[in-house]
Ligand binder design. Sequence first.
Ligand code: NAD
Length: 498
Amino acid sequence: MTENKAKYQHLAPETLEFIGSPRKMLIDNEWVASSSKETINTINPANSTVLTSVPSANETDVDTAVRAARNAFNNYWKNDVSPAQRANLLFKLADLMERDTKVLVQLETLDNGKPLEKAAFDIEGASNHLKYYAGWATKIEGSTVPVDSGKLVYTQKEPLGVVGLIVPWNFPLMIAMWKLAPALACGNCCILKPAEQTPLTALYLGKLIIEAGFPAGVVNIVTGGGIPTGQAMTQHMGIDKISFTGSTEVGRSILEGAARSNLKKVSLELGGKSPNVIFDDANLEEALNSLPWSSFYNSGQECTLGSRVYVQESIFDKTLEFLKKKAAAMTIGNGLDNPDLGPMISEEQLETVINYIQVGKQEGATLVYGGARCNGSLSSGYFLEPTIFTTQNENITIVREEIFGPVVVISKFDDFDEAVRKANATEYGLAAAVWTSDLSKAHRFAQAVDAGTVWVNGYDLFDASVPFGGFKQSGNGKEMGKSGIDLYTREKSVWIVF
Ligand code: NAD
């Protein structure tokens, strides 16, 4: 931890230069302002100061980006750049990201607020993801299908064309890469839209994309809010697919936009309210040590976090006491000081979470720890204490709704059936965890739980090769692994009669 602090804490000249003047967005390998000249400020959530400004792209700008992408796709990217050449470009980009890790880490920490250590983890994850999909570019194969004699059927996987990638603010560059890497590996041209709160690492990536030698129009990066920028993408007739990560509410509007325009394909990674279930036969030391992080990582602004913890009755008090102590010991501060927890992303998000805490109290949950905005030297930023509630009421708001802040709700259960019933009592289905030493119980739980990812005796494990995505209202489509290739290709069947 200290090693990363020493490595990244002092802002590099390139970082200072990057935030030293207003930024432009990338269309057709040119840095451009919005046609309306409108801009939005990007704020450092650790102290509410303005870092810099970025263009607010409107419908016209999105249309210009789509035309650039379509032109690139039709005129060279689709037919003239071989899979091996695509792979080389992606590997080159990963090398450049590694060269400039320090700048990317610092920009992520300044823009999002996350501690340096966690930002470094994200940036490394993003370049590993890119390398994983660079390897795929040359391995996207079709098949032959046995049919009647005198006929040959083969299938081929083709790129979709122009894809729109809409990204949230909680893991800005990492989630951008979960989309960009497979989309490019499959041969698509892209319009990437980072969240309005955290556009900086995506724009810096744009510099590296040009340096790596990507032809003009293959990657376009437009900045701006959900409305107008994201909405203009969703409704555009020339975009073949939107890959979206964000809230369930916006996910719904994206499906609507697709339905009302050209029926573009849509894949959605949405919210979560993941159950973290601890049986009394678990290796308690391991389960407990994971608990503070599975509850509060990224200041709770992570879709997979175990925001509902279910603990078997006999170990409930011990678990609660442990988490209380750990929460009290967590350091909170400016990400550049590499604390355990940084700020919330914005004043708005902080207020939303504080409102949930009030509602939790009003609806009868017991506030065991935290619950307040941090004051003193932290009062100029959007800092919130890690917060623990207990309740046995399954119907209250803080048990049902995604809070997206450092707020965990802990409840008891008696037996396996009750644990499964409670775990599944949610409209979400992103992830779940179970802690037990009983192998058969672990398998039975994994089978019974309605979640796209299940961790047994661990939490928040990810790998570029493992499909990730939610069930129920947590979304549709699986990113990562081979499934990520299916999201960015279409399958054509060819019949030959001989
Ligand atoms: P959000 O839905 O408000 O915004 C996400 C992105 O969508 C941003 O780029 C935003 O500008 C854009 N957007 C907003 N309104 C839009 C519209 N009408 N049309 C098109 N685009 C629009 O989400 P957020 O607040 O940035 O992120 C938090 C949410 O994201 C949480 O619900 C969280 O669970 C979810 N999330 C899910 C995953 C996952 O993998 N399942 C990962 C991270 C975050």
